[in-house]
Write a protein of this length. Structure first.
Length: 352
């Protein structure tokens, strides 16, 4: 994610160099539709469904939603929390549709199961924007998401630069989610290709902190020589990981003998604090603010009947067409280390 100042500059450059409106792909086809921010939305309430609120990342996203909705002129209902239950999420979608919402912004829990809710929305003619997770099938106007393959690759490359050989662990997300699958396979493949001296041990933890803590404790009992850990979600895995290492006398600062190198994903303030303390080495900043901002812009455009095309955007990202045919706006997600952790433009440094 780039800083807000740089994003404004990029917007100005894009506006001068591209005849299409905000979020449309620049220059590739003449019939490319204008994107969010172009034209007036058809109006009406927008339902916003979050997957869980036990993670600082989703708490931050939840806080950004009303701010970004106001900025974009979107009439958003109070968010609904699906409490990590994919069946409940479908019920939440149906409840919102029954309340007469004209648009939905949903962060899917299960990439396959969400299709039932998407089908219901399509039958009612209600456009949907998916945030953070791409559905396997179903109709959405846009997926607003960072490149999760890059998350796994960046984590692998940084961890590989710190740990030359030995055992490393990846604490995985829910493999029912495309996010968990992509991060896991990207990390696994990168290690195999670039760092063959590393042995990857895996913990499937379903985005659950208790599961992560319990399984990590068991794994460390059998493998006290672990040298590195990749956390696929710092929001739920950071605290239990640090506590487990501390309980075993393995929580050493970076640079100290016996330090276990840790790379995380999310970019929450707690991860930044841990980097400053030397408890972890890096994180990949997932843009909670941009998820809310562009989720609102795309749903406003979709409600006004706008459509989109693959190509570069005016906010330093690229819209790609997934194998399913769904369009995804892949937002930037930078690696954060002790060298740039104090960058005031990182969203994790702007949370009040």
């Amino acid at each position: 994610m780039l800083g807000r100042t740089m994003r404004k500059s990029l917007r100005a450059v894009a506006a001068a160099g591209c005849a299409t409106l905000l979020l449309a792909a620049c220059g590739s086809t003449k019939d490319t539709a204008a994107g969010a921010g172009g034209g007036d939305a058809s109006g009406g309430k927008v339902g916003v469904i979050v997957p869980l609120l036990t993670s600082p990342f989703w708490q931050s996203y939840n806080d950004y939603v009303p701010k970004m909705a106001k900025t974009q002129g979107v009439d958003a209902l109070k968010t609904v929390n699906s409490n990590s239950d994919s069946a409940q999420q479908i019920t939440d979608i149906n409840n919102q549709l029954n309340q007469g919402v004209r648009g939905l912004v949903v962060a899917p829990l299960d990439s396959a199961a969400i299709s039932a809710g998407l089908d219901q929305a399509e039958r009612k003619g209600v456009p949907v924007v998916a945030v953070d997770v791409a559905p396997e099938k179903g109709k959405v106007a846009m997926v607003v998401r960072a490149n999760n393959v890059a998350y796994g690759q960046k984590a692998c490359e940084y961890l590989g630069s710190q740990v030359k050989s030995g055992k490393v662990v990846q604490i995985m997300g829910d493999l029912a989610s495309v996010n968990g699958r992509e991060r896991s396979e990207a990390f696994r493949s990168c290690v195999k290709k670039k760092f063959p001296a590393l042995k990857v041990l895996e913990i499937p933890a379903k985005w659950e902190s208790d599961t992560a803590a319990s399984k990590l404790d068991t794994l460390l009992n059998a493998n006290p020589d672990i040298k590195g850990i990749y956390l696929q979600a710092g929001g739920v895995y950071l605290a239990p990981t640090l506590q487990t290492l501390k309980s075993k006398g393995m929580l050493k600062k970076a640079g100290e003998k016996g330090h276990v190198s840790i790379v995380s994903n999310d970019g929450i303030p707690q991860e930044f604090a841990a980097i400053r303390k030397g408890q972890i080495d890096a994180t990949v900043s997932q843009p909670a603010d941009s998820y809310a901002e562009y989720g609102m812009k795309y749903i406003k455009a979709a409600m006004a009947g706008k459509t989109f095309k693959p190509g570069p955007t005016d906010h330093n990202s690229t819209i790609v067409r997934l194998p399913s045919g769904i369009l995804e706006d892949q937002l930037p997600a930078p690696l954060v280390t002790k060298k740039n952790v104090d960058d005031p433009e990182l969203w994790g440094n702007t949370v009040e």
